[in-house]
Design a protein around this ligand. Structure first.
Ligand SMILES: Cc1ncc(COP(=O)(O)O)c(C=O)c1O
Length: 443
């Protein structure tokens, strides 16, 4: 029986699963079932669950010092920022901490507005973002999100800011193919800036690879370098939202490293603490923070900014990833996972496109491979596949809406970085069974 006091709890099977224990990449339910968590929760549990080392660290931290005002110094935060500066791209070594990804996105947007205001630009009050994106659940973060379903009930109160299409070759809005096109998806940013007026735009925010709004959509390699060049030329703050892709998920520490791009701000969350405690962060370029520091600007904290327990855990999670070479492992085992998914499902009658990097994979499913026609939205195919996988002991993440008015369905496969070959085989074989059953039911 679900907890009826929780707002609108929606489960995969009508009744939500009740997980009572977890170990590594495996979840154990109250009724005695075992599931492989191939979505790391909400793409969070990168280092796997149930690590005694983190439990012990939490006990030590809480019993010695639990909370100090965020404006005071703390050893736990000091260690974390020193450590993080070794992870983030060069120059991005000023940090601000939050309780999660949405607050971190809000903070990135606020910082961009502040940066311009301090330099006397009070007309730069808008942010360009992309269709098929999710940046969080608070009103500012939802305003820059292009996810139509998640915006729908709040559209009337959100900031009315410009959106451009993402780089999405499978359903290119210009009907063109790469190579051979003019990178119209990047040019769309230039066009939007010209239309709105560069002096009205504070920032541009995008996910390096689209997460749950698209089912892992990676751009062509030339896309992000072009975006960075456009933003720099127009003095627009470039924000890479790496809440989902950051901290090793795509086989690099940050996804922007795939293209050698250094944005002005990186937003992080999820994998930073691997789900052990809530935390988000922004890493901001010193080039920008120095301007604000020189002017004596203030940046108000949240009560839980740089919470000591979260700082201690995040620092240790980074250490664990280094000690166990988990980012390298994500790249290697992720390549193997990609191969096995391709072998089992690449040519499957309902597979439209299989895409991804590291341990971040998506399979967009379609009713017709030749025309790329999506399934009717009322079939809720992504949810259907997720439910079928759960029945077989596998948790994957649904994504929907990437085909716009026509719907669109995908599943995301993003297991913890601690999986091995046996788990890879289980994922590929189980999904094959689900896809076969779905195709049989449809025929
Ligand atoms: C890319 C991206 N940004 C921001 C968020 C919001 O993070 P949170 O749910 O921790 O507030 C999410 C959550 O899924 C996300 O995927």
């Amino acid at each position: 029986m679900a907890d009826r006091q929780v707002l609108f709890l929606r489960g995969a099977n009508g009744e939500p699963l009740q997980i009572v224990r977890a170990e590594g990449a495996w979840l154990f339910t109250r009724d005695g079932r075992k599931l492989l968590d191939a979505s790391s929760g909400a793409i969070v549990v990168n280092v796997g669950q149930g690590r005694p080392e983190l439990a012990e660290l939490a006990r030590e931290q809480v019993s010695s010092l639990n909370y100090v005002l965020p404006i005071w110094l703390s050893l736990a935060r000091e260690r974390l920022v020193e450590h993080l500066a070794q992870w983030t791209p060069p120059g991005l070594d000023r940090f601000f901490f939050t309780s999660g990804g949405s607050e971190a996105v809000e903070s990135a947007l606020k910082f961009a507005f502040l940066y311009h205001r301090i330099r006397g630009n009070t007309t730069r009050t808008r942010v360009i973002s992309r269709q098929l994106s999710y940046h969080g659940n608070t009103l500012g973060a939802l305003s820059v999100s292009g996810n139509r379903a998640r915006r729908a009930d709040f559209e009337h109160v959100l900031f009315d800011w410009p959106k451009i299409p993402p780089s999405y070759c499978y359903r290119c809005p210009w009907g063109r193919t790469w190579p051979g096109c003019d990178l119209d998806c990047a040019q769309a940013l230039e066009t939007a800036i010209a239309r709105e007026g560069a002096d009205t735009i504070a920032a541009f925010i995008a996910e390096p690879m689209v997460g749950a709004s698209g089912g892992v959509i990676a751009p062509v390699a030339e896309y992000w370098p072009r975006l960075a060049e456009i933003c720099r030329r127009h003095d627009i703050v470039l924000i890479a939202d790496e809440v989902m892709t950051g901290f090793g998920r795509t086989g690099k520490r940050f996804a922007v490293e795939h293209w050698g791009v250094v944005p002005d701000i990186i937003v992080g969350g999820k994998g930073l603490t691997g789900g052990y405690v809530p935390m988000g962060m922004i890493a901001v370029s010193r080039r920008l923070t120095e301007v604000c520091e020189r002017a004596g600007a203030d940046f108000m904290f949240f009560t839980y900014t740089a919470h000591l327990l979260a700082c201690a855990i995040a620092d240790r999670v980074l250490e664990i990833m280094e000690r166990e070479h988990l980012v390298e492992h994500a790249a290697q085992i992720g390549a193997r996972l990609g191969e096995r998914l391709r072998a089992e499902l690449g040519d499957h009658p309902i597979t439209g496109e299989l895409r991804g990097a590291g341990l971040f994979w998506g399979i967009e499913v379609v009713a017709d491979r030749a025309t790329r026609q999506p399934f009717a939205p009322k079939l809720q195919m992504a949810r259907h596949l997720m439910r079928a996988a759960i029945e077989l002991g596998l948790a994957v993440y649904p994504a929907a809406g990437m085909a716009g008015e026509q719907g669109g369905d995908a599943i995301m496969i993003a297991p913890p970085f601690v999986i091995g070959d046996a788990e890879v085989e289980f994922i590929a074989a189980t999904l094959r069974r689900c896809f076969d059953a779905a195709a049989r039911n449809l025929s």
